[in-house]
Ligand binder design. Structure first.
Ligand code: SAH
Length: 236
């Protein structure tokens, strides 16, 4: 056998092993997210398709498939995968998704590195994701480009104002928590839509808050304590 043929075969084997390793890593993460309490098969499948190591610095790639938040620069973090799963599961609950995508248009506040936007892109017809830090907005754009997810639209701006042009939204999800839920988000939610966001609640702690906009009015539910970066106004 010629040396070049051996070399070619070795390269192919390495490429296949790399692909399999990444596949195994993603499946391991799905297991961890499931262990973290997420059970919706659609959410788990979506998490299983997104290569999370592409969203963190090369130096942190070995930790990308752990169920933990990691720094992404600018004092921000990539959210913990089981929390991403939990929040999206809340958005999907009660939606059978007979045909096509389970969710119609979704607004995400706090793109960060773009990981959650990529997961949402597998579950919603259109995702509008807004980020207030130019550096992270640009970085998310670079991260998402090779994945070729045509239905995820990245916007640079103050997400506290929502994004009226895309409204009404079937779902709104925030990855940063303020003292309350901005009224603009509730205004831009469709009737029948649901919003999930961290916010400071009566006890002074940050909790997950679910807001359902029904024909009869707004229903607000406070869930478990969480730890998200602060929601800030304006851009930088
Ligand atoms: N969605 C990310 C998590 C990003 S962390 C993930 O997939 O892991 C939360 C992000 O919210 C930070 O990047 C922060 O800059 C951003 N943020 C905070 N306040 C904001 C606002 N008013 N508008 C838009 N983005 C905001």
């Amino acid at each position: 056998v010629a040396a070049s043929a051996v070399q070619a075969r070795t390269a192919a084997a390495h490429a296949a092993a790399g692909g399999m390793a990444s596949d195994r890593a993603r499946q391991a993460l799905v297991g961890r997210v499931q262990a973290g309490g997420v059970s919706d098969k659609r959410v788990l499948a979506a998490i299983g398709t997104v290569p999370r190591h592409l969203f963190v610095d090369a130096g942190l790639a070995s930790q990308a498939y752990e169920d933990s938040a990691l720094p992404i620069g600018h004092q921000q973090t990539i959210s913990k995968p089981s929390v991403v799963g939990r929040m999206i599961e809340l958005l999907l609950s009660g939606r059978p998704g007979r045909t096509g995508m389970p969710l119609a248009r979704v607004l995400e506040i706090g793109t960060g590195c773009g990981y959650q936007a990529a997961v949402l892109g597998r579950l919603a017809s259109e995702v509008y994701s807004i980020e207030r830090l130019r550096g992270l907005h640009d970085r998310a754009r670079d991260n998402l480009r090779p994945l070729r997810i045509a239905n995820v639209h990245l916007l640079f701006g103050d997400g506290m104002l929502g994004y009226p042009k895309g409204a009404p939204y079937a779902a709104i999800i925030a990855a940063a928590g303020g003292n309350d839920i901005p009224q603009a988000w509730i205004d831009q939610l469709a009737v029948g839509g649901r919003l999930v966001a961290p916010a400071v609640t009566a006890g002074g702690r940050q909790n997950l808050v679910v807001v359902d906009k029904t024909a009869a009015g707004i229903v607000r539910t406070e869930l478990e304590a969480v730890l998200f970066v602060p929601l800030k106004s304006g851009v930088a």
